[in-house]
Design a protein around this ligand. Sequence first.
Ligand code: CUA
Length: 360
Amino acid sequence: MRERSIFGLIIVTIALIAVGYLTATQVDFSGWLPFQASSRAVLVDRLFRLMMGIAVVVFLLVEGALLFAVIRFRRKAGDESEGKPIHGNNTLEVIWTLIPAVVVAVIGIYAYQVLTTIERQEGKPLVVRVIARQFAWEFEYPEAEITSSVLHLPVNEPVLFQIESKDVIHSFWVPAFRVKRDATPGQIDDLVITPTLTGEFPIRCAELCGAGHAAMTSKAIVEPREAFDAWLAANGKEPAPEPSAQAEASESATEKGDEETEADEALTGPQVFLSYGCGACHTLTDAGGFGAVAPALDGIGTRAGSTVEGLDARGYITQSILEPNAHIAEGFFAGLMPQDFGDRMSPEELSTLVDYLLTQ
Ligand code: CUA
């Protein structure tokens, strides 16, 4: 009897380890996980696979033992006797303490190795400041003197993110890069990655930061170096590109002519609206804003003039942007809207935005 149960135990153990091993090595998780779009993604996913394999073994072991006990030791019909008094089992306790300790130690050592590898900085990275605020992301390229609401990155080149927050704690999360780091007010946190896949990948905020948290999204556009340089050239100071790229850039500039280049730089009303993240909180159908945190702006142009006595439509809209707490629409709260648009928007952008809203 005893020999039989030891034999059974060995069979079960081998079967469990085999299932765990197959889960870790054979299951195709690619349909469940985001794209592997950075060099760290491969290592992070390998760690995930190991932990998944171990978790499957633990799950089957615990649930299997539970099911076995429920069925094997159930009360027989007519059995009114009390259960055996059991006062613990030292051997069993040593075993179920030791095995998890070893498992946790193995995962810990392996995870530490992965962490030190992915945080190693190689070469001179492109510096991008990641600025979080309620409820939008801003990306600043200090060398090129560009700010953007969308993250542009050259493929296969290391990037150093310097993550900060202007108000509360946010979390910079790019699932495809396997990157998630808090943006904490009052400090700058570094993060290095190398994007390895071209395409567009979602950026989210992973820390509940207020009523507009769910809408605090953006995207990362990873593109070949030439496309990235072209974007830099079109949006700001040229970052001394390679000779061939320079020739191309100057050619296209001559073709376009000066006037058109200037027109390219000025943002339209909807562009100002979206680039400052207004659409995350305000619904404005024309510009593609669908937020529900703040008053809807459809029809604001016709409404604005009669909202506050003594303020015409232009005055009311301008004040609402610069001093959002001056008048709070019924059903909404003071302090939700950032109060620094006066510092962040140029006078031209502000008047473009106000002109645009007046037409809505
Ligand atoms: Cu920012 Cu959640």
